[in-house]
Design a protein around this ligand. Structure first.
Ligand SMILES: Cc1ncc(COP(=O)(O)O)c(C=O)c1O
Length: 360
């Protein structure tokens, strides 16, 4: 029977040699390879500072902490996101205030933010889901007007652009993940980028128990051990260099699905502005027949993958309110097999099965 995984990435001999080299050179802690990867990132994203850390979740947590977000503060978080965004705010001690998504896509509805702002609101965390840009030229003036910090969660948006600029670089800080199901991966990993030198130094200190320069260990502020390893950085440098090639591949996969499924009434892509520079990391679709369809595909050996559930369903976040747009995506959205190493032939196999499901 066919077996098609929802996600395909690859690690090759180049990564193996890079890791072997790091070990041979005894580069197993945080050192020059991590610094070099930070340099690669700054160059590609056109941003002055990048700080590697163990995950996208930690990147978000660090960004909040160095901006002084904590107990007594409220942080505006989209109802649709991977829960890491909300957990980072909660672990920092803040209260999470959820906002529903747009009707047409899963991103935060910027027009619904203002009604949630109170005297306690300190920050907004726009999440650029699946490479789709939250309209930052609406959000940033709103944030400035209310004197709020903006921390972009760009964990699903590496190399995605908004009006010619890289997502994650348009606010006080941008956070990225190098997790397994990401465009470039180190298995586990993440980083925060920023423009402000002082914030950069705070991030560096926070990552290492308050120490700015390990050669002159002085505990200048609160911190923890959120360092990165040069072994992982060795993989990261190889993967990072594959970025633009991978952007092209995932875009091709997405466009091939859209073309192959365009004649079918019961299934539609969740819109994404590829012409505008958005990168469709995942092949996201909606269908009113979602559950029947994904179970049918699963029976054919095509693994099922749904979007993470709306956060209002998580009782520990203590949010009331209704989130009708988000609920619809909970019922109807799903991801077709994709990823930077998913063969293009997968698209025709999957599309044929979908046609059979709808047309018999
Ligand atoms: C939108 C979003 N935010 C945060 C994260 C957390 O990243 P990590 O898994 O590297 O901690 C992810 C990872 O999937 C994500 O998709």
């Amino acid at each position: 029977m066919t077996h098609i995984n929802w996600w395909q990435t690859s690690l090759n001999d180049t990564e193996i040699h890079a890791v072997a080299g790091a070990i041979r050179d005894k580069r197993i802690g945080m050192g020059p390879l991590t610094e070099a990867l930070e340099g690669d990132i700054c160059k590609a994203l056109n941003v002055p500072h990048a700080v590697m850390c163990p995950s996208g979740s930690i990147a978000l947590f660090m960004a909040l902490m160095v901006h002084g977000i904590g107990p007594g503060d409220e942080v505006i978080v989209p109802n649709r996101t991977f829960i890491a965004t909300a957990h980072a705010a909660r672990l920092a001690g803040a209260r999470v205030v959820l906002v529903d998504c747009n009707a047409h896509n899963t991103n935060l509805d910027v027009d619904r933010i203002e009604e949630k702002i109170t005297a306690r609101t300190r920050a907004i965390m726009p999440v650029h889901l699946n490479g789709r840009a939250v309209p930052m030229d609406h959000l940033m003036p709103l944030a400035r007007h209310h004197n709020l910090i903006v921390i972009e969660d760009a964990c699903q948006a590496v190399f995605s652009q908004y009006k010619g600029k890289m997502l994650g670089t348009l606010s006080h800080a941008g956070c990225f993940s190098l997790g397994l199901a990401k465009l470039v991966t180190t298995g586990l990993g993440g980083f925060t980028v920023c423009h402000d030198r002082k914030i950069y130094e705070k991030l560096v200190r926070f990552r290492n128990h308050g120490v700015l320069d390990p050669n002159q260990p002085e505990y200048q502020s609160l911190g923890f051990n959120f360092k990165f390893s040069d072994i992982t950085a060795a993989i990261g440098r190889v993967q990072w260099a594959l970025g633009s090639q991978r952007v092209q591949h995932v875009t091709r996969i997405h466009q091939s699905y859209v073309t192959a499924l365009s004649g079918i009434d019961g299934i539609h892509p969740i819109p994404i502005d590829i012409q505008g520079g958005e990168v469709p990391l995942y092949a996201e679709f909606i269908s009113p027949h979602r559950d029947l369809l994904v179970n049918y595909l699963q029976d054919q050996g095509i693994t099922k993958h749904l979007l993470p559930p709306g956060l209002h369903q998580s009782s520990h976040l203590e949010n009331s309110g209704i989130f009708p747009h988000s609920d619809r995506f909970d019922r109807e959205a799903f991801i077709l097999p994709c990823g930077p190493s998913q063969p293009l032939e997968t698209v025709s196999i999957v599309a044929d099965r979908i046609k059979t499901f709808f047309q018999g």
